[in-house]
Design a protein around this ligand. Structure first.
Ligand SMILES: *Cc1c(COP(=O)(O)O)cnc(C)c1O
Length: 429
């Protein structure tokens, strides 16, 4: 039957993947299974669930049917084999690394990352004995030069937050394959609507669902997607995946679960033992948000390009960093990796420096002054007077948060209203 063989398109998957009408009630929307635990059929059923011989629900810290809809949906959109939803983007990164690294191991990370990830890698991860080695995405050879026998993974962002850096995923993927370590791509700013890192060699994709996937600024969440591409057993470098697990009567996860073993390891070892589970209510809000992801992302991109073009012609503006602009350093990479648009986030340098930044965030009315991105609403922040206030000027500039820099996350309002609001802020006395 031709219909059964048809592979649904991205818009269809965004609405339907992972979900079906509730078999007991007929409810068309996915129910919020707001329960901590699930009744076993009998003692044998319970034993088979606990022994990983059968799939099923036990306890919401390990899995929940509302969260499962979200996991299947994002895995389908990214082209992965399985997903694991967790409490935040940062929790996703902890669980991925805890599954891959032992104390004393290293991972290579792009130095152009979300500031929260730079902090997490430099401080929290070091206290676990996981050592980050920084590389420069503008110098691909620096990734290869950073590989040592202790390297267990490479971590990059597809579009880096906030500078609008487009990373050459395919080139770094080749380095990861040569080193036989997985490539992890944080795809938060692009979302699978704009870019699917697995097509370019990513083995693991992580997201902060808090941003564009949820899309409405109402829930914190994160997800891990297993591409199913990595051979965990080849060099015996990943004991969580290729050695017998004493807590599951000697099962070897890679042997038993094949191309979704990484997602299983993250769930039955990482999430089970570390505990940052996503609430079913947040999973419901985020899955509902994803239904409109393609529509919202296209509007975010179209509005952002219009705003970036307008800003780049303003006398108050020294520079605009947005890869959608033809003059941007990353424009050629953007045409390869994000041809439909470059997302909503840009940074802007103001000629008037620190005072001009404070004036702009203080005088806009439609924009909200918040530490977030990826809302339907337009958002603005002046890092030098807020998130990066404690740093010296030199450190601020190094972090891409110099005194003149303002970060914008363009919403899905009418672009004329967004531009009029920025004009108000730029020209205020
Ligand atoms: C926000 C963000 C994170 C962290 O996600 P949380 O949900 O806030 O924990 C990680 N990576 C990127 C690119 C982000 O923008």
């Amino acid at each position: 039957m031709a219909d059964a063989e048809r592979i649904p398109g991205f818009n269809t998957l965004a609405v339907h993947a992972g979900a079906k009408p509730d078999p007991t009630t007929g409810a068309r929307a996915t129910p919020i299974y707001q329960t901590t635990s699930f009744v076993f059929d009998d003692v044998e059923h319970a034993a088979s669930l606990f022994g990983l011989q059968a799939f099923g629900n036990i306890y919401t810290r390990i899995g929940n049917p509302t969260c499962a809809v979200l996991e299947e949906r994002v895995a389908a959109l990214e082209g992965g084999t399985a997903g694991l939803a967790v409490a935040s983007g940062h929790a996703a990164q902890v669980i991925v690394m805890q599954t891959l690294l032992m104390p004393g191991d290293e991972f290579i990370a792009s130095k152009k990352l979300y500031g929260g990830s730079i902090n997490q890698f430099n401080h929290a991860f070091k206290s676990f004995g996981w050592n980050v080695v920084w590389a420069d995405p503008d110098d691909i050879a620096s990734f290869e030069a950073a590989v040592t026998p202790k390297t267990k993974a490479i971590f990059i962002e597809s579009i880096a937050n906030p500078g609008g850096v487009i990373t050459d995923i395919e080139a770094i993927g080749k380095i990861a394959r040569k080193a036989n370590v997985p490539l992890i791509v944080d795809n938060t700013l692009a979302t699978p609507y704009l870019c699917k890192p697995i097509d370019y060699g990513a083995d693991i994709v992580v997201h902060s669902l808090t941003k564009f996937l949820g899309g409405h600024g109402n829930s914190i969440g994160g997800i891990i997607i297993d591409a199913g591409t990595f051979n965990w057993s080849r060099d015996k470098k990943y004991p969580m995946l290729c050695e017998p697990r004493p807590e599951y009567s000697g099962i070897v996860l890679h042997e038993t679960f094949g191309n979704f073993a990484f997602a299983i390891a993250c769930r039955v070892l990482g999430l089970r033992d570390l505990g940052p589970a996503l609430s079913p209510f947040n999973a419901f809000l985020i899955s509902t948000g994803i239904e409109t992801l393609p529509l919202r992302m296209q509007r975010h991109c179209d509005n952002a390009l219009a705003v970036a073009t307008w800003l780049s012609q303003r006398p108050e503006v020294a520079w605009v960093s947005y890869p959608g602009l033809a003059s941007d350093k990353y424009h050629a990479l953007a045409q390869k990796y994000v041809p439909k648009g470059c997302g909503a986030v840009m940074t802007v340098g103001l000629k008037g420096g620190f005072e001009a930044g404070v004036k702009l965030v203080s005088n806009v009315k439609l924009f909200s002054h918040v530490a977030n991105i990826g809302d339907t609403k337009s958002l603005i922040i002046h890092p030098a007077s807020t998130t990066h206030k404690q740093l010296s000027d030199a450190q601020k500039i190094q972090a891409g948060a110099g005194p003149d820099v303002v970060r914008l996350s363009i919403g899905i309002e009418d672009k004329e209203d967004i531009i009029a609001d920025l004009e108000l802020g730029l020209t205020a006395k």
